[in-house]
Design a protein around this ligand. Structure first.
Ligand code: SAH
Length: 191
């Protein structure tokens, strides 16, 4: 499924691109860089199965609580480690990952002070690309309609467009005919 919801589009792409890795016997380690309400964390838990592991990060108590509840409802807690810390610290918890997801901005209906920021976002992206396994995938959704959002979007764009094409393939997708700064999806594949 590509059309419709952006978050579901990203999940469809992940399912498709991760097929080979998921079919191998190696346990699959993945990261959710922004827990939020936990929808991607739950998706990842189901994707990697019992032998895999999901590390999910957020700086906000409410995100961790909401994610915990969602995982419990779906009996999906066993293969997930929830970490209340910024994604820029992920290398303290994770050695390598086949997939890393980010959903930037702030959590709708929560405290807007917990917003992702250019400096820590770029730090996290930089570390992510080191932690990614060969053929690993990074997905990122930039929301930039809010105050400060444009600076973050531009920092992400500058960072990803400077990546060496021999090392990484970078794709961007957005709904070109939607008003009001529709979110931009960035996909990075490590060669
Ligand atoms: N804008 C998206 C939701 C993004 S949620 C939408 O509309 O669907 C982004 C999450 O990132 C929030 O829960 C916020 O608490 C979290 N966050 C902010 N800074 C962070 C950081 N440095 N590390 C990890 N998570 C962070």
């Amino acid at each position: 499924m590509i059309f419709g919801s952006i978050t579901r589009m990203v999940q469809s792409i992940i399912k498709e691109e991760m097929q080979a890795v998921l079919l191998s016997d190696k346990p699959v380690v993945v990261v959710d860089g922004t827990m939020g309400n936990g929808n991607d964390t739950l998706f990842l838990s189901q994707l990697v199965g019992n032998d895999g592991r999901v590390y999910a990060f957020d700086v906000q108590d409410m995100a961790v609580t909401n994610t915990e509840k969602l995982l419990e409802t779906h009996e999906a807690t066993d293969n997930v480690t929830l970490i209340k810390s910024g994604h820029e610290t992920m290398d303290e918890y994770v050695n390598e990952a086949s997939l890393i997801m980010f959903n930037l901005g702030y959590l709708p209906r929560a405290d807007h002070k917990f917003i992702t920021k250019p400096k820590t976002t770029i730090m996290a992206l930089d570390k992510s690309l080191t932690l990614l396994t060969k053929k690993g995938l990074l997905t990122l959704i930039s929301y930039y309609g809010h105050e400060g959002g444009m600076e973050e979007k531009e920092a992400v764009d500058d960072f990803v467009s400077a990546l060496d094409p021999k090392e990484f393939e970078v794709l961007q997708i957005h709904k070109a005919n939607r008003p009001n700064n529709p979110p931009i999806v960035t996909l990075i594949r490590k060669n």
